[in-house]
Design a protein around this ligand. Structure first.
Ligand code: COA
Ligand code: ZN
Length: 329
């Protein structure tokens, strides 16, 4: 029996936030909206549309309000966005957001570099954001960066990660995303951390978020799912990365992860052919090659034509009397 055995997994797309924040060319607002509308029909649970960050910090997403206000809202899809502070939360609320994806780092150095605040200052801002969200009836997910390591500090102690998770859980957030911001995670560590945090807060909605910086993104995904994670962030084409984390590269690619999980027998709810078609369109939009592989190689059962001289090869094989039974007419 296949390992996944039909287990339902929930797929979140982050290309239009984690991906676009890293693009040097500004993607026109119309193109962002058209892409999100196309993604909306492919089976996602959640789409991270944009971020409500400062335009100085993330110029690529300075059109957050317009994008959020003009996308088509598909029933069943949660349209979320990254929110770093109260100002961002106010902008998000004005844009009719479905969920706040609030962000801080488990590493002090990365939090300072990325958000220009200490972790305590971030937590105080985010506690106010959670208050605003409760008042407005908007659910809150916490994306905790550098859970599996920090590119500037190295190992991040599990006790620190757990400490921040406990503090957010005490504020009744709906979910927490464990982010491997620069692809430092490895499978045994992923299993250990996922199991530990999920056991201490089983009622929270848990999500795993991997970057493929060291080629371990897919195997880390399997480790997370085997540890019980059912929600996964990923980015079409494998684009993405935090501009304030040295050495950051793209997320695990949606088409690669979905292809793998479907082969393993998991129910992703995703339209893989639609993903591949949209990845091809995304590559044209971004005007550069994308790191994903399945959109180039095709499904594992994609059948290729034999070589052009195949009939001659078969005829010669028969002449030599070496033809197998299958080659007999
Ligand atoms: N949206 C828009 N503008 C914002 C903002 C927000 N959420 N938060 C602050 N600003 C504006 C302020 O109004 C101020 O504008 P002004 O210069 O015209 O007066 C300016 O940004 C500076 O405000 P300040 O509160 O001092 O922010 P900061 O410079 O210390 O930056 C953050 C703090 C959090 C806003 C900024 O670091 C940020 O947006 N980081 C996001 C990084 C990110 O998204 N990384 C990738 C994802 S992990
Ligand atoms: Zn990321």
């Amino acid at each position: 029996m296949k390992e996944g055995n039909g287990t339902r997994l929930f797929i979140n797309e982050v290309a239009t936030r984690d991906g676009f924040q890293m693009e040097s060319r500004f993607i026109p607002t119309e193109d962002k909206i058209a892409l999100i509308d196309r993604l909306g029909g492919l089976g996602y649970t959640k789409i991270e549309v944009t971020s409500f960050t400062s335009a100085k910090a993330i110029p690529a997403l300075r059109d957050g309000e317009e994008v959020m206000n003009r996308i088509a809202r598909r029933p069943g899809v949660v349209y979320t966005a990254l929110v770093p502070n109260v100002r961002g939360a106010q902008r998000a609320l004005e844009s009719r957001i479905d969920e706040f994806n609030i962000v801080m780092s488990a590493s002090e150095t990365h939090n300072l570099a990325n958000l220009r605040m200490t972790r305590e200052q971030s937590f105080a801002q985010l506690a106010d954001v959670i208050g605003l969200a409760k008042h407005a009836g908007v659910p809150v997910n916490v994306s905790l960066s550098c859970v599996f390591g920090c590119p500037m500090e190295g190992e991040v102690p599990l006790a620190a990660v757990r400490g921040w998770i406990d503090r957010f859980a005490a504020l009744d957030v709906q979910g927490i995303t464990l982010c491997d911001t620069t692809g430092m995670a490895y499978p045994t560590q992923v299993g250990e951390i996922c199991e530990a945090v999920m056991a201490s807060h089983p009622a929270l909605e848990w999500t795993a978020h991997f970057h493929n910086t060291r080629g371990m993104g897919l195997v880390n995904t399997v480790a997370a799912v085997e540890a019980g994670m059912r929600r996964l962030d990923m980015s079409l084409g494998g684009i993405g990365g935090c501009p304030y984390a040295p050495g950051a590269t793209g997320n695990v690619a949606t088409e690669d992860v979905v292809h793998m999980l479907q082969c393993m027998g998991y129910d992703t709810g995703m339209d893989l052919a639609g993903l591949v078609g949209t990845a091809v369109a995304l590559e044209a939009l971004l005007q550069h090659d994308l790191p994903a592989q399945v959109s180039r190689a095709g499904h594992r059962l994609t059948r290729h034509a034999p070589p052009p001289d195949f009939n001659d090869i078969v005829a010669r094989a028969r002449q030599r009397g070496l033809a197998t039974k299958e080659l007999q007419p």
